[in-house]
Design a protein around this ligand. Structure first.
Ligand code: HEM
Length: 81
């Protein structure tokens, strides 16, 4: 069971810049990836998902379909949808 806060899609959509923070969603989780953006092996493409869902992008870039990628993502979890 999670003790993390619940956010709306609208809350997430407000976080799409370094100033406001960069948030994404994945399978019902909300992630603040602001500090990961500069470390992303795929460069600034990660910003395409800012404020929204990772799923459509990860469906195109199957390189993310690996356990170690999900482990990285899990470090940045801040809440649930
Ligand atoms: C590669 C993480 C979002 C595009 C990678 C890799 C990681 C990663 C760990 C290297 C995988 C490997 O080689 O084993 C993440 C995380 C994301 C994210 C944690 C979200 C929080 C995105 C988005 C896109 C994207 C939204 C595209 C719109 C790419 C591309 C590569 C890549 C193109 C391949 C880079 C290369 O090897 O040249 N990502 N990614 N990523 N990512 Fe992401």
């Amino acid at each position: 069971t999670s003790t993390l806060p619940i956010f709306s899609q609208e809350d997430v959509a407000k976080h799409r810049s370094p100033e406001d923070g960069i948030w994404v969603t994945y399978k019902g989780g909300v992630y603040d990836i602001t500090d990961f953006v500069a470390m992303h092996p795929g460069g600034t493409k990660i910003l395409l998902a800012a404020g929204g869902a990772l799923e459509p992008f990860w469906a195109l870039y199957a390189v993310h379909n690996q356990e170690h990628v999900l482990e990285i993502l899990s470090e940045y979890k801040v809440g649930e949808l």
